[in-house]
Design a protein around this ligand. Structure first.
Ligand code: NAD
Length: 363
């Protein structure tokens, strides 16, 4: 594999391959862009079928983090890491400590947190070797599980979609189809229930859906039926790639607003397809930025309340994106990419201006 020619590698600042024989660690840390600040992004542990797939995943995910931080107004860069291994079998303290030493070696250019396949416990082990880690235990620090903050952002983002569509942001009486009944979905459903929405939920594990149903009086459908429901909003809170050639033509909703990452299987193709189907799409990395907001506040030593307050701001960001999309006649995902790129370009320009000044001895 020709790594430097790897298309997704384009524009990454640094990619670090980590190997530790004793703990059997094989990890890749990708730093996409540090223009706005240190690269922050979680560590994913997954049974990647090949090293190439692990590399492509980390390169895509780290680029996404740059855009998420930029459009959310955070002073953070984009980074992500993957550990190649089975999260159900291969986790040891030794492995995460070895990984923590690699993170530490980057001297703060990359700060990590949990992601798919890693937990608060794993980050506590990483924390034994480095201070460059967030999302650690709530009782001893001011952070912990970011899901409640993510969920609040999704809820406010969904309200913004309703405002855009109807002029009224209330979700009372609206029918919301929620895919997944995990951490984020369960908190989203709490907010929806309080607002008086009609919730329909699914999960591949029925017991998880049941737990949500008991709390919120939601209705249950089987996992594949969620795409065929007539509803106001489809709220994907499970895995990525679920908006694709097969599912989009089946959707009978007006809005897609959910917490899952990488919802569009192909950003361009499926973003356009949603427009053709008359569906308003809240770009995933914008509406689910509450998780990043949570860890950013933890890093700054702010309270949880401050993170929740900031997550409410996702409402305005989503409306700003819709307004730009209309003005420039572009899809909403493209409008959010443009906003992110504009912010990065402004800061880059400022950097080069001050570098020019210091070369000339000015301050
Ligand atoms: P989670 O593992 O707690 O929940 C995911 C749920 O989806 C699980 O219950 C799983 O059984 C279910 N699921 C998987 N495939 C499904 C399918 N095909 N149909 C129905 N259910 C299915 O994860 P989470 O932390 O709630 O995260 C959910 C999504 O939100 C992920 O895409 C994650 O990357 C994204 N996200 C999470 C956060 C956060 O703060 N946790 C932040 C940003 C983005």
């Amino acid at each position: 594999m020709d790594i430097f020619k790897e298309i997704e590698f384009k524009n990454h600042e640094q990619v670090v391959f980590c190997s530790d024989k004793q703990s059997k660690l094989r990890a890749i840390i990708a730093i996409h862009n540090t223009t706005l600040g240190p690269a922050l992004g979680g560590t994913r542990m997954w049974t990647y079928p090949s090293e190439q797939e692990a590399l492509i995943d980390v390169l895509r995910l780290s680029r996404g983090m740059t855009y998420k931080a930029a459009v959310t107004g955070l002073n953070l860069g984009g980074g992500k890491a993957v550990i190649i291994g089975d999260p159900n079998k291969d986790k040891t303290q030794e492995l995460f400590r070895a990984y923590g030493r690699f993170v530490n070696g980057l001297g703060g250019r990359y700060i990590t947190a949990e992601d798919v396949g890693t937990s608060v416990q794993d980050m506590e082990w990483v924390h034994m070797e480095t201070k460059y880690v967030t999302g650690i235990d709530h009782s001893t620090h001011n952070g912990g599980d970011p899901s409640p903050v993510t969920a609040l952002g999704v809820f406010y983002g969904m309200k913004a979609c309703m405002k855009e569509l109807t002029g009224n942001d209330s979700l009372n009486g609206r029918k919301i189809a929620v895919q997944g009944a995990g951490h984020v979905a369960s908190y989203v459903c709490d907010h929806l229930a309080k607002e008086g929405a009609k919730i329909i939920v699914t999960d591949i594990y029925e017991h998880k859906a049941k737990a949500v149903i008991e709390k919120t009086k939601a209705m249950y459908v089987r996992p594949d039926e969620i795409y065929d429901l007539e509803a106001d909003v489809f709220c994907p809170c499970a895995l990525g790639g679920i908006l694709n050639d097969e599912t989009i033509p089946r959707l009978r909703v007006s809005v897609i607003a959910g917490g899952a990452n990488n919802q569009l299987a192909d950003e361009n193709k499926h973003g356009q397809m949603l427009i053709k189907h008359g569906i308003l799409y809240a770009p995933d990395y914008v509406i689910n930025a509450g998780g990043l907001i949570s860890v950013a506040n933890e890093l700054d030593g702010n309270s949880r309340e401050s993170a929740f307050k900031q997550a409410e701001g996702i409402y305005d960001t989503i409306l700003k994106i819709f307004s730009l999309a209309k003005k420039q006649n572009i899809p909403t995902y493209e409008a959010s990419n443009r906003l992110a790129e504009e912010r990065l370009a402004t800061v880059t320009r400022r950097h080069s201006l001050s570098a020019g000044k210091s070369k000339r001895g000015e301050t």
